[in-house]
Write a protein of this length. Structure first.
Length: 142
């Protein structure tokens, strides 16, 4: 049974790392620093893979080895505490993700506006240049 609690604790540790990673990236994003996004998403994916591996191990344990009746009250309380902690961390991560996605969407919108403005400016300059008078060619036949 201790092994199950250890797995739950390990999962919570990875979730905490995920949370801390998000916190660091939120600071970067708030400073308009988007240079680390690719590395950020890669690291998140690795952490999710580790959490997935732990989940598979937990599922393997629960498929017949552990039953609620075989647990002592102290073990049930420890497991419940681990699960409550997990739920709190996951909720905090979801809030972070919403904030990150919102900030990235705002930046994408700003970039699109800038590109449209740049395109409009180029068109206006192009139109101005095309309307300038070109010197008339003299007909050399006369």
């Amino acid at each position: 049974m201790n092994f199950l609690v250890e797995l739950l604790d390990e999962k919570n540790e990875y979730l905490n790392k995920f949370y801390e990673l998000n916190e660091k990236e939120i600071i970067n994003i708030e400073d308009d620093n988007y240079e680390n996004l690719e590395n950020f998403y890669t690291t998140r994916e690795c952490l999710l893979q580790m959490i997935g591996i732990i989940d598979k191990r937990i599922d393997g344990m629960q498929s017949g080895v552990v039953s609620a009746e075989s647990l002592t009250e102290a073990e049930k309380i420890r497991i419940k505490n681990c699960l409550d902690k997990k739920n709190k961390i996951v909720q905090a991560i979801l809030n972070q993700d919403l904030m990150i996605l919102s900030k990235i969407e705002v930046e994408k919108s700003n970039i699109i506006k800038d590109l449209k403005q740049s395109k409009f400016s180029k068109k206006a300059i192009g139109s101005y240049k095309s309307n300038t008078q070109k010197p008339n060619k003299v007909d050399e036949k006369y």
